[in-house]
Design a protein. Structure first.
Length: 137
């Protein structure tokens, strides 16, 4: 009986913040690879304060979404995304810094292979962990 209670507690135990953040990234990778930019964007906080820093600074969830749609208008341009070297550093109970690498596999006609590094700031919201700042290069 004690073993059964322990197993039930294990399955009911809440996931750690790190596991929840990894789940967001895993879902984003899967959404990207399905060509689903709108679903990919559910990993971001739907706020005017959300920012993306690449070659230029983009402010606001809607603007970040439009940037992705413009740069990656179809599945071929999106290619196959892989995240790696994920390092999650908790900054507090509701904030985390995430470092990682990305690689895009694409045909030459679609832009060719691309890779780089990213730094994400996540915040715990009522909807779960969300990206509030993305710096990708």
């Amino acid at each position: 009986m004690i073993l059964a209670a322990g197993l039930i507690a294990l399955f009911l135990a809440p996931a750690s913040p790190e596991a929840e953040i990894r789940a967001v990234l895993d879902r984003q990778q899967a959404d990207w690879n399905r060509g689903a930019i709108v679903s990919f964007m559910t990993g971001y906080d739907e706020s005017p304060a959300t920012t993306f820093q690449g070659k230029a600074l983009v402010r606001g969830f809607a603007s970040v979404l439009e940037r992705y749609k413009k740069q990656y208008p179809d599945q071929a341009r999106m290619g196959k995304l892989t995240f790696s070297a994920i390092d999650i550093r908790m900054l507090g109970p509701d904030a985390a810094l995430v470092l990682g690498a990305f690689a895009l596999e694409r045909d030459t006609e679609a832009g060719g292979a691309a890779s780089g590094r990213f730094t994400l700031v996540f915040r715990k919201t009522p909807q779960g962990w969300k990206i509030i700042h993305d710096h990708t290069s």
